[in-house]
Design a protein around this ligand. Sequence first.
Ligand SMILES: Nc1ncnc2c1ncn2[C@@H]1O[C@H](COP(=O)(O)OP(=O)(O)O)[C@@H](O)[C@H]1O
Ligand SMILES: O=C(CO)[C@@H](O)[C@H](O)COP(=O)(O)O
Length: 504
Amino acid sequence: MKNMSAVVLGVDLGTSAVKVLAVDKAGTVVAQQSVGYELQQPQPGYSEQRPEDWVTSTTAAIQRLISEDHLKPEDIQGISYSGQMHGLVLLDANHQVLRPAILWNDTRTTPQCHEIERVMGDQFVEITGNRPLEGFTLPKLLWVKENEPEIWAQTDCFVLPKDYVRYRMTGQLAMDYSDATGTVLLDVKTGKWSKTICEQLGVPERICPPLMKSVDFAGNVTPKYAQQTGLTITTKVYGGAADNAAGAVGAGILSEDKVMASIGTSGVVLKYEDNPNTNYHGVLQFEDHAFPDKYYSMGVTLAAGYSLSWFKKTFAPDVDFTEMVASAAKSTVGANGLIFTPYIVGERAPYADADIRGSFIGIDGTHQRYDFVRAVLEGIIFSFKDLMQIYEEHGSQFKTVVAIGGGAKSPLWLQIQADIFNHPVVSLQNEQGPGMGAAMIAATGLGWFDSMEDCAQTFVHYGKVYEPIAENVTAYQQIDQVYHQAYSQTKGMTAALMAYRRAE
Ligand SMILES: Nc1ncnc2c1ncn2[C@@H]1O[C@H](COP(=O)(O)OP(=O)(O)O)[C@@H](O)[C@H]1O
Ligand SMILES: O=C(CO)[C@@H](O)[C@H](O)COP(=O)(O)O
């Protein structure tokens, strides 16, 4: 056994994989394990996962930390979570899962969103801080109610992905506030489930789980889960947070002078908000932070890392991922005049449009695969730039962009971000963000630190700063003018193609 001292585990339950980090009191990542799982897309617009896969993969990652990385179970003092947001997990009276989870990037719920708008109008944004969009949990509940009445009749409770994993570890059902805002069933001013929304839309309030803060103690690991993993029952489990809230904690987004750019399966541009009344009119999401009484706003590109993973799976299955990304350096700034729009599963912000689809624009007979890779990398960041412009239009004065998520592994992509944003971009040392945020929640919950702000002083370490290169900035400004027209120019054509597919 390694001679290690106390550690906490940060469980980052992503869309492509669960990553579990072991972090010591100095904020050093002493070990990490990742186990992937599948996404099921049975129809265009559908996106589901099996909650059992999250549990077995998390269990396998913890087992490996103990058996391969030689963590001593008694040293694992606390566990907390960062979870993919909005995904609907329905449980019956015995807390058995009733159907596959309907995920954040599932866009089947456009009719339910229209119905919410029709019934509640502006009152909905006043209560939740958000417009009803396809990805959120409430429209998914209404979809099940309408389309699967036999499942609805058996529903005793709903939770979100990481809440289900926490339930399987502790036996206690709960949801933390940062994830609860993403259901759009929470009254953000009172911090309670909204009776008005429940009554007006026919969702029984009894199916909403108990609420807790991110750092609240949720329970000890149960004897059964201890036996399955090798953990001991002395390990304490804390609430955890929505992955973007946890990512912001891990990225040290504690003030309005930094924004976060996350490239996971989704893409997120996120800003800490001091003022709970800031109004982006529902174009950006407004959410409770993992810090008590703090907030953040964000815009979400539905397919960021997913666009790149799709490209690799489809056109470069035999090439190593890092090599494929690095090949983009052989192309030019602006990908030799090739543009990619990353709307391959529809879009959420700034265009809330479930039917838009992606495009390559400007394909030339001389283009090579590396030009396409570069166009994909750039197109994702142009889409982030659209979101950043909303902050700039609101007079935001941020200086630095902190890049997190799997996409932050590529130095080339970090430089592209700096050049397109025209801001310095910094990544984290040795870590991707959300898992560290989850570990910080456990460390604070355990009382290792007085607050998460204190914990951030020890745990958050920035790496290299990527400065914008003036000539690249100018070139990207030119390409951005063209990119910016692509949504409106392709909207009608791609919607017609979607209609064709649906009729097939
Ligand atoms: N070596 C790499 N360079 C750049 N991007 C990468 C690399 N490896 C993976 N990625 C991107 O990271 C994404 C996954 O990021 P991650 O934060 O783990 O996602 P999630 O939390 O949604 O599971 C993938 O979709 C992929 O596009
Ligand atoms: O829907 C959102 C945020 O509103 C997504 O950001 C999900 O939370 C999934 O995150 P990743 O798996 O891409 O990290």
